[in-house]
Design a protein around this ligand. Sequence first.
Ligand code: C2E
Ligand code: SIN
Ligand code: SIN
Ligand code: FE
Ligand code: FE
Length: 406
Amino acid sequence: MTPEQMGPNSGLNLGYILEITEELNALKDIDAILDRILFESRKLTRAVAGSIFLVENSKLKFSYVHNDELYTQGHNNKHIYSSLEIPVNRNSIVGYVADTGDPVIIDDAYNIPPELPFHHNSSFDEKTGFHTQSMLTVPLKTFQGNVVGVIQIINCRDEEGNVCPFQPEMEPYISFFGRHATMAIERGLMTREMILRMMLMAELRDPKETGAHVQRVGAYSAEIYHRWALNRGIDIETIKRHKDIIRLASMLHDVGKIGISDAILKKPARLNDEEYNIMKYHTIYGARLFISSNNELDRLSREIALNHHEKWDGTGYPGHFNDIPGKDPPLGTGKKGEEIPITARITALADVFDALGSVRSYKDQWPDSKIFNLIREESGKHFDPEVVNAFFEIIDVIIAIKEKFQ
Ligand code: C2E
Ligand code: SIN
Ligand code: SIN
Ligand code: FE
Ligand code: FE
């Protein structure tokens, strides 16, 4: 449902806010949480657009955006991977709100009273042709009063759908919702952080390199899944639910490298056959980490860790094998086609695309054109052709992700 489909007075009541707060708590990944927070705050005010900025290293990092006039809700959106940063100071509206911790309501962005310290930055409007008019900007504050970010909702609409000022009585509702949203955000950030730490332990490479690789593979996989699922006619609720978990599970694809010795993992040259054979067990070691639990995140993490080096044509590893707990079982014949779970078919492409675009201790970085040629060539061999199609359909999003997490 989009905000304009809602009835009048779209749920400005506390019971409703508590209800959506509870639903927010079911989400795991920070992107899914921000998406839902924007959706609900826009719904409460019937707003056309909105964005969320999160505080990181004393800057406001642009972290999520919706805009019904510029892009279709429910489709892949490259704008959420923008790297825009705004300083925390009183020259901008979002900076002012983060600095003071007070909400600000603006009726006309192009007519801000001159006694106010900030001005509207019109560069976004100029670039896109969007016209920002009314704005409600509220801090995302913890119960202790720390500002973790800012939510900005743009162009409120009246019941006829005309842009109107935000009513001052809306502000306390959004602020109240913001308090609860902040808790969900902190939890989402902590989950990401824990996953990055786990991967850091597993790879013990340059921590920045590792973090970026893992975030890219997670984001590529989530977005490829989204497109693949739209192509298959899967409904948007289901897509959003799976996308949330696939991003996290896919970030953990190589966690089994924790069981591989440094001598092999960090060898600054090509592996010989024996070493490569040992390396193949990172799939099985990874899967074993998630064996005891059956929640959805553990199940998908296990599925992806185990199967991300299987190939569509059956020439991958570890294949079908009989697991012997605590031992390295002999590897079997490769799984083939749709025998390989879709999550793993997607992560396989995301992982290879990223590995080829990165410098490794044993190889140089490839230019994008060469990588794209390899992916096309390997469609139907290494990769599922349907997944390759989805990848190229969202190539603008893929490139935005690559630029964001360098
Ligand atoms: P990774 O570096 O994350 O690479 C993931 C996958 O990307 C590889 O899976 C492979 O399918 C693809 N890939 C990476 N580099 C190249 C390349 O130069 N050419 C081509 N055509 N494909 C490439 P694979 O081969 O099963 O390797 C799994 C993991 O084993 C790699 O993860 C890496 O950690 C390690 N590894 C593989 N080969 C070597 C090597 O020669 N030396 C070292 N030190 N590590 C290696
Ligand atoms: C801000 O809120 O300061 C950034 C966006 C804008 O100026 O409208
Ligand atoms: C699915 O897992 O939802 C689709 C089945 C498949 O293509 O593997
Ligand atoms: Fe791997
Ligand atoms: Fe990898």
